[in-house]
Design a binder for this molecule. Structure first.
Ligand code: ADP
Ligand code: DP6
Ligand code: CO
Length: 359
């Protein structure tokens, strides 16, 4: 809930989790509304290690422009159409509340001040834009005391960063492409809560905390414009995989979940390599992690772990708690922080955490 620290400053603080897709979003059919070319599905990670913390405040006494400070640096939001779109959508919803109830303070007329901090590398392929825009939308929605559901708010977060629409919910979350030109049906929805599959775990291996050379937005535009593989993945491969992984999740079938996850990561990175000029997100250490996962599965004689890579070199490995020792133990021993090429490692469990927790 929003709170007032003195007579005229209103404030709300929230945290939001990252989500790591197992069927990747890569490609926009509308860059203004940020509409995707394919549906995607992700797992929301707990906020124990990776989270965004955002405070939104507003006051009639603030200087006139809205501001955003990220990790201690002021951001130029006037040139960020996507941030402006999120703010103007949220402000319009607040204005509608104020028009309907004249006793409400006119917060929609106040400048906004947003201060955000990620406790993990920003723009390094660890979904900072997902946690970041989910937290921004949630914090401003709380400040404005908006009644909209996470699904409704996902429509707004999507305009900040596509993957952000999936971070407003916990567990297993699908982002449906939608069909309407105005994007009103391009929303995130929970496929299963985290409690449906409590054994699921994720380990996040930070190969590099460096900012990536090619931001996601730019990379996917290059792929859409130049890759011949891209249309095949978006139109034919992903729809089949979406259906199959949803069945695997419903049945808690780790073997199928894992194989589809690994194959989709590989297909996504193949479309990056097929772009012109080619885009390389994975590096030698990433490929060592791929080999290690296949080796572990072969030696154990069943599929106990699955890798996936976002637009960056960092690996996320999914496994079930019963296989912790063999998976987390082997990965830590072989690709641990002392290995050449690693910046360090985060360890995560999947939990049913939503972004809506106001502090
Ligand atoms: P990532 O792989 O980390 O998601 P992207 O290239 O998709 O990388 O997006 C990184 C961009 O997301 C940052 O440069 C910044 O503009 C935005 N971003 C990241 N964190 C936040 C945040 N906490 N609040 C607002 N915007 C953020
Ligand atoms: C590889 O959501 O960061 O992580 O919508 O342009 O901000 P924009 O892109 P973004 O792209 C994420 C790409 C991905 C796959 C995924 O999260 O589904
Ligand atoms: Co991103």
């Amino acid at each position: 809930m929003a709170s007032t620290s003195n007579q005229s400053v209103y404030r709300a603080t929230t945290t939001a989790p990252v989500n790591i897709a197992v069927i990747k979003y890569w490609g926009k059919r509308d860059t203004t509304l940020n509409l995707p070319t394919n549906s995607s599905l992700s797992v929301t990670l707990s906020q124990r290690s990776l989270r965004t913390l955002t405070t939104a405040s507003c006051s009639a006494e603030y200087p006139p422009a809205d501001t955003l400070n990220l990790n201690g640096s002021p951001q130029d939001i006037q040139s960020s159409k996507r941030t402006l779109a999120c703010i103007s959508n949220l402000r319009a919803l607040r204005k509608a509340l104020e028009d309907a109830d004249s006793s409400l303070p006119k917060l929609s007329t106040h400048p906004l001040r947003i201060v955000s901090e990620n406790n993990f590398p920003t723009a390094a392929g660890l979904a900072s834009s997902a946690a970041g825009f989910a937290a921004l939308v949630r914090a401003v929605a709380d400040l404005y005391e908006l009644p909209q559901s996470p699904k409704d708010l996902s429509r707004i977060a999507r305009q900040g960063s596509g993957s952000a629409c999936r971070s407003l919910m916990g567990g297993y979350v699908a982002w449906r492409t939608g069909e309407l030109a105005d994007g009103s049906d391009s929303l995130a929805e929970e496929v299963a809560p985290a409690s449906h599959w409590p054994e699921m775990r994720a380990i996040v291996l930070v190969v590099s905390a460096e900012k990536k050379d090619v931001p996601s937005t730019e990379g996917m535009q290059t792929t859409v414009g130049t890759s011949a593989l891209f249309a095949e993945r978006a139109q034919n491969v992903v729809p089949r995989r979406m259906a199959a992984i949803e069945t695997a999740i419903q049945n808690r079938n780790f073997h199928d979940f894992a194989e589809i996850t690994m194959r989709d990561s590989n297909t996504f990175h193949a479309t990056c390599l097929d772009s012109w000029p080619p885009i390389f997100y994975m590096n030698d250490v990433s490929r060592a992690a791929v080999r290690l996962v296949h080796d572990i599965n072969r030696v154990v004689g069943r599929t106990v772990c699955a890798y996936t890579f976002d637009a960056g070199p960092n690996a996320v490995i999914y496994y079930e708690d019963k296989d912790s020792e063999i998976v987390a133990g082997t990965v830590k021993a072989i690709l641990g922080p002392n290995t050449e090429g690693w910046d360090g490692a985060f360890y995560e469990r999947v939990a049913n955490v939503t972004a809506g927790v106001s502090l």
